[in-house]
Design a protein around this ligand. Structure first.
Ligand code: GLY
Length: 367
């Protein structure tokens, strides 16, 4: 069963299709986007052997030349971008040609930015193959690359024309990547829907073995993201709620070198627990709320504390790293805090001492 989630953005509106087996049925969905009968595929070396032939079979008569790039965040830099764009130019593209991203968040962000800049902008289609990309990065049109100054500091808003979230593709995802992607799923419940969080508490631990529940979790996450993006495409307001846990998470990722010492979704899990701690510390949410969040993250096998991440620097150094985040405005750190599960809001009004206290408590060895 496929669900179609619209992303209503005027003449840039598109649909996100969610369901198992979509890659095998891609042709009728992609054909209206590919008037020249071809798509230019950017994919990743681990994904191509598993999914590229299946995608080509699913695309039927649509031609699909492909470039597979190395795995890892390092691909999403100037060199990977140059390689992708030069290859796309080798294919002698025209403005009507479509770039198709087949892979996780790194490939989606890079392919989207390549599409945004190739010939001053060509259409693109996302076929995300990781949980993180299906529920977050493939929807909403944020594209970009990293520089030595930080993550996603060069980029463009460029909405895809179509997103195909084939939940069957998640079957080949390593467990750790699945769990990390789940960090973003839990985030949706925590930021805006207590009912969804309660549903996740019941269904989360069995999600990998329950295709119907998995599709439901992806669909509900995409629906929440689509609604927020439709209200605030360029993050002037509500879209910042999607950054629950991210001010902490970006500091943790910077401290661990954006490496597989800590995956983005794992950093978001720890960040969400800390955002609840900070809210409780400031008396904004109930003292029991952080415990409920941690219990669920633990049930999902996700890290929850700074002490779960070996080799992190101390609280002052982490606070410094937070200050290098894109979300800093007028020199003030912005946090997404919570009044409770499902009730997030954005504020710049957080005393430094409160943040340091939360970081110190989470980093201390358990007594
Ligand atoms: N991943 C956050 C956003 O798309 O706004």
């Amino acid at each position: 069963m496929t669900h179609v989630v619209p992303v209503p953005l005027g003449d840039r509106s598109y649909e996100v299709h969610v369901g198992a087996g979509l890659i095998a049925r891609a042709e009728p969905l992609v054909a209206p986007q590919a008037p020249r009968g071809r798509v230019l595929v950017l994919t990743e070396e681990r994904v191509a052997p598993l999914w590229l032939d299946r995608l080509r079979a699913g695309l039927g008569g649509i031609e699909a030349p492909a470039l597979a790039l190395p795995p890892g965040e390092a691909t999403k830099g100037w060199d990977g971008y140059a390689r992708a764009v030069e290859w796309l130019l080798d294919q002698r593209p025209e403005r009507a040609d479509v770039v198709l991203a087949l892979g996780g968040g790194v490939i989606g962000d890079l392919a989207g930015y390549a599409a945004a800049t190739l010939l001053r902008g060509v259409p693109f289609v996302q076929v995300p193959t990781t949980l993180l990309a299906q529920v977050d990065s493939s929807v909403g049109g944020k594209t970009g690359i990293n520089t030595r100054h930080g993550k996603n500091l060069v980029g463009a808003f460029h909405q895809p024309r179509l997103v195909l979230c084939d939940t069957g593709a998640l079957g080949t995802l390593p467990d750790r990547d699945f769990r990390a992607g789940y960090g973003e799923v839990a985030k949706y419940g925590l930021l805006g829907n207590e009912g969804f969080f309660a549903w996740l508490e019941r269904h989360g631990p069995g999600l990998r073995g329950d295709p119907a529940a998995l599709s439901e979790a992806v669909r509900r996450s995409v629906e929440m993201k689509a609604a927020i993006v439709a209200r605030d495409e360029r993050e002037a307001g509500d879209r910042a709620l999607l950054n629950l846990g991210h001010t902490f998470a970006h500091a943790l990722e910077a401290a661990t070198g954006y490496s597989d010492r800590l995956l983005h979704g794992e950093a978001v899990a720890v960040g969400c627990a800390l955002a609840f701690d900070l809210s409780a510390q400031l008396g904004i949410c109930a003292q029991e709320a952080p415990g409920r969040v941690r219990a669920h993250l633990e049930a999902m096998g996700l890290p929850r504390e700074l002490r779960d991440v070996p080799g992190l620097p101390g609280p002052e150094a982490l606070l410094d790293l937070m200050g290098q985040d894109k979300k800093v405005r007028d020199g003030k750190l912005r946090f997404v805090l919570v009044r409770g599960v499902g009730e997030a809001f954005v504020t710049a009004d957080v005393p430094r001492e409160a943040v340091l206290a939360v970081l110190a408590a989470s980093g201390d060895a358990k007594s």
